[in-house]
Write a protein of this length. Structure first.
Length: 91
């Protein structure tokens, strides 16, 4: 699905939702250390589906500098790890 470049970049940069467009920032995978990271993957939610977009910084250039006005983003499945623990029950 395609999303407007300016909406994506604003949401990613500020790590916030865009309530007018309906985009919800969910998670950032990787470490963006002031722009020195090679790549991060951002997961966001739109109309009850999850999508991802890659932000790459290679050879001094950001991939988003070359994006069109709309960016193709892949739909992803959201998985969550569930932890169980055992507790002694006293009678």
């Amino acid at each position: 699905m395609k999303f407007p470049k300016n909406i994506l970049l604003d949401s990613i940069a500020e790590r916030k939702n865009d309530p007018i467009y309906g985009l919800e920032f969910v998670q950032e995978l990787g470490n963006d250390d002031a722009g020195y990271s090679e790549m991060i993957v951002v997961i966001f939610k739109y109309k009850d589906k999850y999508y991802s977009v890659e932000i790459q910084h290679v050879n001094g250039e950001n991939n988003y500098d070359h994006w069109d006005d709309e960016v193709e983003c892949s739909e992803v499945l959201r998985k969550e790890e569930i932890h169980y623990y055992w507790e002694e029950v006293k009678k």
